[in-house]
Design a protein around this ligand. Structure first.
Ligand SMILES: [Ca+2]
Ligand SMILES: [Ca+2]
Length: 287
């Protein structure tokens, strides 16, 4: 197992784990559906960066080392994880496979993220996770906002031997990622809208890309799309100006599967995810 870059040992050594646990709200959520389960550490008000989605088990095989979200306001200063924000409302698991979360920077913005897990049939090896992200400007002035997604799949439960390439549309926006471990495991992601920047990078042993999001400097991803092989990881970056009371929405669809061409069930799952998103959007519009 690869060595984690997170800082928890230091925090625990300082005796702060209990305090962090005591202040966390719904620190871990587990979604289940069909042949799949996913765990998401949704704690808030935390400084330990080892939070977020940290396992995605499909037919008993953990495919995901980490996925999480960072942000920066303005062009200076550091990125922060959404886990360093407060939760505006407690995380709510509406059903076994659907979770809603809403973080807030009071007087500045809110970030709502809804997660939907769709498993395949037992033994199919396929599953899809949909994420709908809504950033709202509540600051009273235009908001210069930078949003980051970091993804580290370790397909088949092993960090070695994966190959990754990012995809771009005709405008140069990053709109997909495709990773595989030989002919045994496959993962992809599709994002809407496309991201302004992307970066494919090796994770262990140096976690350079991960640390670029946890250091003290503003980061712009370097747009290297791969292909690369090894313990691969990637990140996407959206740069937007959100008007007063305006929102910026991102939809992410990640899938894992065990044949080179996604099985029809995976495509059906992706379609179902969109339908669920539409339903979720309607629910959120109700006040
Ligand atoms: Ca940085
Ligand atoms: Ca990896």
């Amino acid at each position: 197992m690869k060595r984690s870059p997170h800082f928890c040992p230091l925090i625990c050594a300082l005796g702060l784990c209990a305090a962090f646990s005591a202040t966390a709200t719904t620190p871990t959520s587990t979604l289940t559906n069909g042949n799949a389960s996913v765990t998401i550490k949704t704690g808030a008000g935390l400084t330990d960066p080892d939070f977020g989605m940290n396992s995605w088990t499909v037919d008993g095989v953990d495919q995901l080392y980490r996925q999480w979200f960072w942000f920066r306001t303005g062009s200076t200063g550091k990125e922060k994880t959404i886990s360093q924000l407060d939760l505006e409302t407690p995380c709510h698991q509406e059903s076994d496979n659907y979770l809603t979360t809403k973080y807030v920077s009071y007087g500045k913005f809110t970030i709502g993220i809804n997660y939907t897990l769709l498993g395949g049939a037992e033994g199919s090896g396929s599953s899809t996770i949909g994420e709908q992200i809504i950033v709202k400007n509540i600051s009273g002035a235009a908001l210069d906002f930078h949003f980051f997604q970091y993804v580290d799949f370790d397909l088949g439960g092993s960090s070695a031997g994966d190959t990754l390439e990012l995809g771009q549309d005709a405008s140069g926006l990053f709109n997909s990622a495709y990773q595989h471990k030989g002919a045994s495991y496959f993962a992809d992601e599709f994002l809407t809208p496309g991201a302004n920047h992307g970066q494919a990078a090796l994770a262990s042993p140096d976690f350079t890309l991960f640390y670029s999001l946890t250091d003290n400097s503003p980061t712009t991803l370097n747009n290297f799309a791969g292909p690369i092989s090894g313990d691969t990881s990637w990140a996407f970056q959206w740069d937007v100006t959100i008007p007063v009371n305006g929102t910026f929405n991102i939809s992410l669809n990640k899938s894992v599967y065990v044949s080179a061409v996604p099985e029809p069930s995976v495509l059906a799952l992706a379609g179902l995810t969109c339908a669920l998103f539409a339903g979720a959007r309607r629910r959120h519009c109700k006040r």
